[in-house]
Design a protein around this ligand. Structure first.
Ligand code: SF4
Ligand code: SF4
Length: 279
C-alpha cells in the first residue's frame, strides 16, 4: 500500500502528517521524502543514513564529424533542449532543459550522438527502526525536480507499505509523486488560502482517480469553509490537528507529533487504519 501525503501549498503540515503516519505503521515500512527541493522529513525521523548516491540524467553529446545537421534530434526533442544549426555547423544542447529521455540519441540517423551522465542531485538512504528511509535532494539551481522524483521512486521497493512526503503544489512534481499512490491524504489549513489550494489539489487527485481524504491542520485558527467544502464534495475529513502551542513547540524541536503523547499515537494509528479500510 502506498499513501501519498500532499498539499496544494507549502507549510500546511504535510511533513508532520507523513512522518507521524509512517511511525504509526509500527512495522516494516518505507518512507520517501519526494519534496526534493526542500527535504526536511529527516529532521523528524532522524534516520541512520547508510548510503548516499549521486542522481544523474543521461544527456546527449555530439560527434561533429558524424553529424550532417539534419535536425532530426531537434524535431524529436519535446523539451527544446537540442538545436542543430546547419549554416554554422553547430549542435547545441541545453543540459538544464534536457530530461534525459534518450530519444535524440536513439533516433539520430548518423549515430552522431552519445550520452554522458549529468548530476542533478543526491539520494540518501537509511533506516529509522523498521522504516526504510529514502530522500532526494535536488542540486541548487536545478529545475529537473520531476526527474529526481522518478529516480528516487525507482530506488525504492514496490512491495513495502510506503508513505510518500510529496512536494507542495499541484504541478508536474506533485503529480509524479502521487501518480502511483493507492491513497492520497490532502493536508490543508482552515483558511481562505488553505481552501483555495485544497480545491486545486483536490481537482488533481480526482482527475488522477485516487481515493483520498483530508487532514485539517492548525484547526481552530480560521473558519469552517474547509469543512463545508468537504461536506459539499463528500470528501472525508480523517483527522483534525488543533492549532496548539505544545504541537508548535514539538515541531520546532524536531519532535514528531506521533511521539508527543499517547493521544497522538492513537490518532495516527486510527488514521492509518481508516485509510486501510477505505482501500
Ligand atoms: S539527428 Fe544526428 S545527424 Fe541529425 S542533426 Fe542531430 S546529431 Fe546531427
Ligand atoms: S535526451 Fe530527450 S530531452 Fe534530452 S535533448 Fe535528447 S530528446 Fe531532448
Amino acid at each position: 500500500m502506498k499513501i501519498a501525503v500532499a498539499s496544494g501549498k507549502g507549510g500546511t503540515g504535510k511533513t508532520t502528517v507523513s512522518v507521524s503516519l509512517a511511525l504509526s505503521i509500527g512495522g516494516r515500512a518505507q518512507f520517501l521524502d519526494l519534496d526534493v527541493e526542500e527535504p526536511d522529513a529527516h529532521i523528524f525521523l532522524k534516520p541512520q543514513i547508510e548510503k548516499e548516491y549521486m542522481a544523474s540524467l543521461p544527456v546527449p553529446r555530439v560527434i561533429l564529424d558524424k553529424c550532417d545537421f539534419c535536425g532530426v534530434c531537434q524535431d524529436v526533442c519535446a523539451y527544446n533542449a537540442i538545436f542543430a544549426f546547419a549554416n554554422t555547423k553547430q549542435l547545441v544542447v541545453f543540459d538544464e532543459l534536457c530530461k534525459g529521455c534518450g530519444a535524440c540519441t536513439i533516433l539520430c540517423p548518423q549515430k552522431a550522438l552519445y550520452e554522458v551522465q549529468r548530476p542533478i542531485g543526491i539520494i540518501r538512504e537509511g533506516w529509522r527502526g523498521d522504516i526504510h528511509f529514502f530522500e532526494g535532494r535536488l542540486n541548487i539551481g536545478e529545475i529537473t525536480t520531476t526527474s529526481l522524483i522518478k529516480i528516487v521512486k525507482e530506488k525504492a521497493e514496490n512491495s513495502e507499505t510506503t508513505v510518500i512526503d510529496s512536494p507542495p503544489g499541484t504541478s508536474c512534481p506533485m503529480v509524479e509523486a502521487v501518480r502511483d499512490a493507492d491513497y492520497v491524504l490532502l493536508v490543508t489549513e482552515p483558511t481562505p488560502f488553505g481552501l483555495y489550494d485544497l480545491k486545486i489539489a483536490h481537482g488533481v487527485v480526482k482527475k488522477l482517480g485516487k481515493p483520498h481524504g483530508i487532514v485539517i491542520n492548525k484547526y481552530g485558527i480560521g473558519d469552517e469553509e474547509v469543512e463545508k467544502y468537504a461536506m459539499e464534495t463528500e470528501t472525508k475529513v480523517l483527522l483534525k490537528i488543533p492549532f496548539d502551542k505544545n504541537i508548535a513547540e514539538a515541531y520546532a524541536r524536531g519532535i514528531p507529533l506521533y511521539e508527543l503523547d499517547e493521544r497522538w499515537k492513537k490518532a495516527f494509528r486510527d488514521l492509518f487504519e481508516q485509510i486501510g479500510k477505505e482501500l
